[in-house]
Design a protein. Structure first.
Length: 412
């Protein structure tokens, strides 16, 4: 089935707070939402000249200050080749050293942001990396595409940087990849050169706003339109696409909101609020209960108001399949990550359990973020893991609005 994907970006107001909300719809149904405070200063992806404040050898880590007392976690184990601003004979990291670092993970709860010397410059098809000077291929690519893209990309490698081929590169022409690599290489070299001549705590490279960066993470085969009703956002998107994804510029459209705003037309506020609720009702009358905790996310499937006229076995299987599709959508919509445990309605037949796991696996594969269906435990609990790439939607909204949400008690 062909997917009609629309990325909608607008401003919403909650009390005195102004938020920028990005919502991606597939065939009219929201599958991704992100939310940031309009005035928020983004750290993720930015590159700074940081100073090593202290080194904790017992945990193989250091803390690096990047600006105004902002301390960041720096793994010594993962960063074997620091990028020093000043030449030094002894390559061992020491207190007071100035490094070129990139924020690789935002602060979450009481945890400090994470920085790395493995500078990453991402494009739609490729990622240029400075630490791992080798070729990497997305695990979501088919074996045939991996072979084809490996033959194209291996000549790209140099002693200067490594290259990761993204899922979006499937079906791309060699010329498209070469053109993007040229842009990324120029971006990398100019950033490092500029950084060598700046003072400590300087911002060397600012990553585009999250709503713009989100475009490159969407499958090129699924994105039909990029629509906004805000002139400022439209200008940022136009500049970003012109510089980074010129092939998608024709998909950008300004929506005149003199009639109805995007929020009213598509119900973005309603989708956002629903994605924060604990209980999700399904068409059959059954419902999910989604409860994030500090350690994992628990999802419970309930028959609710479902009234079936078929045999009990068929009824439970039908509800579980509906729940499986909705769970896959909710993981992506809420950007849940880490360990997820789903408690489906018990089914006596092993054949039904196998069919359910197969169906759930197919639904999870639609997620652009790496998601693994682990197994079903002897107690019938289904274990899933999902890679963390940014804050969950609940964390984003909590930060943007500046107050706790229902169900936040006890969560970091």
């Amino acid at each position: 089935m062909e997917i009609d994907g629309k990325l909608l970006i607008t401003r919403l107001h909650t009390g005195e707070q102004e938020q920028i909300v990005s919502a991606f719809y597939e065939n009219g149904k929201a599958v991704e939402i992100s939310c940031t405070m309009a005035s928020e200063k983004q750290l993720l992806g930015n590159i700074y000249i940081g100073k090593v404040k202290n080194i904790l050898t017992n945990i193989e880590a250091a803390f690096v200050e990047i600006a105004g007392g902002v301390l960041c976690y720096y793994s010594l184990r993962e960063n074997r080749h620091p990028i020093y601003i000043k030449e030094k004979k002894n390559q061992k990291l020491a207190q007071g050293d100035e490094l070129l670092v990139q924020v690789s993970r935002e602060a979450v709860g009481t945890k400090a942001p994470t920085v790395t010397c493995n500078l990453n410059f991402s494009g739609k098809y490729l990622v240029l990396t400075t630490e791992k000077k080798q070729l990497g291929l997305s695990s979501k690519l088919s074996a045939e595409e991996k072979h084809r893209l490996r033959l194209i990309a291996e000549p790209f490698l140099t002693e200067e940087f490594g290259v990761i081929v993204r899922t979006n590169a499937a079906g791309s022409l060699e010329e498209e990849l070469r053109e993007e690599l040229k842009r990324l290489t120029e971006q990398y070299r100019s950033t490092v050169l500029y950084g060598k001549h700046q003072s400590c705590f300087s911002l060397i490279y600012r990553d585009p706003p999250g709503y713009a960066v989100g475009i490159r993470n969407l499958s090129k085969n699924c994105l039909s339109e990029i629509v906004t009703d805000d002139h400022e956002i439209y200008g940022v998107l136009q500049d970003y696409l012109t510089a980074n994804q010129p092939e998608d510029l024709q998909k950008l459209r300004f929506y005149d909101k003199e009639q109805l705003g995007l929020d009213t037309l598509y119900g973005i506020s309603r989708e956002l609020e629903n994605a924060l609720r604990e209980r999700i009702w399904m068409k059959s009358g059954a419902y999910l209960v989604i409860q994030p905790t500090e350690a994992l996310t628990v999802i419970d499937v309930n028959t609710g108001k479902y009234v079936g006229h078929k045999k009990m076995r068929e009824t439970f299987f039908k509800i579980n399949c509906e729940a499986a599709a909705e769970i896959a959508r909710q993981l992506r919509l809420r950007n849940l990550s880490g360990i997820i445990v789903a408690d489906f309605i018990d089914m006596d037949e092993a054949e039904d359990r196998d069919r359910l796991m197969e169906f759930l696996g197919k639904e999870l594969k639609k997620d652009p973020v790496k998601t693994v269906l682990v197994d079903m435990t002897p107690l019938g609990l289904v274990e899933i893991t999902r890679k963390k790439v940014r804050k969950s939607l609940r964390e984003q909204v909590r930060k943007a609005r500046g107050f706790l949400l229902p169900g936040d008690k006890g969560l970091s």
